[in-house]
Every structure is written in structure tokens, then in C-alpha cells.
Write a protein that binds this ligand. Structure first.
Ligand SMILES: Cc1ncc(COP(=O)(O)O)c(C=O)c1O
Length: 255
């Protein structure tokens, strides 16, 4: 979190002007001791360089060992089945059809994959916000630059007092040329939960596709009910098929 705020400061926010509240509200979250973190350090950055819980590392290690014992057999006959099983588990967790899920290495790769597959022309415009994760914003700028398209940066008010302010700020920048908006569900530098379902719906009705950067969102306890959360995530994932690095992050309080 500290480095996220520092990054925000570099990008124009006044770091330190507001307090971001982080709470552990999800009783199913692993206990603090489950991480390998140095107990002498109060580690708050579970975003850009988050730490993985020990039990997850153990399971990863088991898979690595299974692969190393017989790599060809693992890739040829075991891996596909494991991925299918995992699609079913993840689908149940986020409320998505397993068929709609594709695994990518991380959120940045997912964003790049979607942008790379988007045919863009000189007349097109892409929307990002000034709260976007820098690597993903860079990707938007890169692909727009390559096609001669224009990037429109939405200034989201901060601190924000009403989710409608975010909706208005984004929609105000939509033009007939807007092809796609890259929007975070939970912003990295400011921990704002965007009203993503409403944004997607409004953009869709204007003919604009939304690429939701869902890093953090599935793992956070949300003020919404589990049913609502699943509904939102399903929409999110079916729009884009993207979520990463979320499970195990500390839940955020709503802004
Ligand atoms: C909102 C957001 N998007 C994308 C990323 C990048 O995630 P990854 O390292 O999985 O590519 C982060 C990392 O903190 C993030 O906070």
C-alpha cells in the first residue's frame, strides 16, 4: 500500500491526503500467521507485491513436484483435467460459467491479451481513469499508440463522496468514437470500489465495451451480499474474463 500511494503521488495525487481503511471482515480469510511475512514487519502492500499464504505455496509446490516427476505425462494427460476442475471451482466462487473462464498469468497479461485482440483504428478512442493501475494504463497507451488511436483519461474525483460522481466522470468522456473503457473494480492507488455493474451497463447502452480490471475484487469481502457479489463478478468476468491475484488479499472497506 505504501508503494501504491507513492506511485499515486507520482501520478498526480497528493499522497497522504486521505486515509485508506483496510479491514479484515471476511471470517473465511486465512489467519495472519498463514503468511510467511516477517512478523517484525507490518506489511500492508497486498497489491503490487502481495504475499501468498503458506498453504497456497504448499499446494503450488506439490503441483511443481508432480510436474517435475514426469513432465511430458503431466502436460499431456494431467494438466488439462486439472485446469477444467479449477475452472469449475473458480466459476462457483465468482458465479461464472466455467466455460467463460480463461486462465492468464496475471492481471497485466489479461489486460494486454484483451487489448491486443482489439482491432483499433485512428478514429478510435479508449478510456482509462487516473486511478488505473499504471502497468494496465501503459498497455492501453501502447496499443492505442500503435494504432494511432486516442487515449482519454478520466479524472475521477478523490476523495469521492458518491459513486454517481464516478459514473458521471466516466460517461462525460464518452464520444461516438469511444471503443472501450478500461475500468478497475477496486482501484490500486486509492482503494475505491467503482460501481462497476452500473458503469458496464451504462457504457454498454452507449455501444462501448468495458474491460474490467478485476484484480483484488473477488478476494475482498464486500458490503454487497454474496449473491449480488456473484452477480457483479459474473458480469465482470463474462465481459472480460479477467481476475487475478485476489484470493487472500485483505478485504477493503467501502469508501
Ligand atoms: C488494479 C490492479 N490491476 C492490475 C494489477 C497488476 O496485477 P498483476 O501483478 O497480477 O499483473 C494490480 C496490482 O496490484 C492492481 O492493483
Amino acid at each position: 500500500m505504501v508503494s501504491s500511494l507513492a506511485a499515486a503521488g507520482r501520478r498526480g495525487f497528493e499522497a497522504g491526503t486521505s486515509v485508506i481503511v483496510i479491514t479484515m471482515s471476511d471470517s473465511s480469510a486465512p489467519p495472519a500467521g498463514a503468511w510467511l511475512l516477517d512478523p517484525e514487519v507490518t506489511y500492508l502492500n497486498h497489491g503490487s507485491f502481495g504475499s501468498c499464504p503458506g498453504p497456497v505455496l504448499d499446494v503450488q509446490g506439490d503441483f511443481r513436484r508432480r510436474f517435475e516427476r514426469e513432465p511430458v505425462r503431466f502436460v499431456d494427460s494431467v494438466l488439462e483435467g486439472l485446469l477444467d476442475e479449477t475452472r469449475v471451482s473458480v466459476g462457483a466462487f465468482v458465479g461464472a460459467d466455467p466455460q467463460d473462464l480463461v486462465f492468464v498469468a496475471n492481471a497485466t497479461t489479461g489486460v494486454n491479451t484483451v487489448l491486443q485482440s482489439l482491432p483499433l483504428g485512428k478514429a478510435d478512442e479508449l478510456i482509462v481513469t487516473d486511478h488505473a493501475y499504471n502497468a494496465c494504463r501503459n498497455a492501453v497507451e501502447h496499443y492505442a499508440d500503435r494504432a494511432g488511436a486516442r487515449v482519454v483519461v478520466v479524472r475521477v474525483p478523490f476523495p469521492v463522496s458518491d459513486p454517481e460522481e464516478i459514473v458521471h466522470a466516466v460517461l462525460a468522456m464518452v464520444t461516438p468514437r469511444t471503443r472501450l473503457a478500461l475500468l478497475d473494480h477496486v482501484t490500486s492507488p486509492t482503494a475505491i470500489i467503482f460501481p462497476i455493474e452500473r458503469l458496464v451497463r451504462e457504457l454498454e447502452s452507449r455501444g462501448v465495451e468495458t474491460l474490467v480490471d478485476g484484480a483484488h475484487a473477488p478476494g475482498h469481502g464486500s458490503p454487497r451480499s454474496q449473491g449480488d457479489r456473484r452477480h457483479v463478478l459474473h458480469r465482470e468476468l463474462s465481459q472480460v474474463g479477467l481476475c487475478a491475484q485476489s484470493c487472500g488479499d485483505a478485504p477493503l472497506a467501502a469508501p
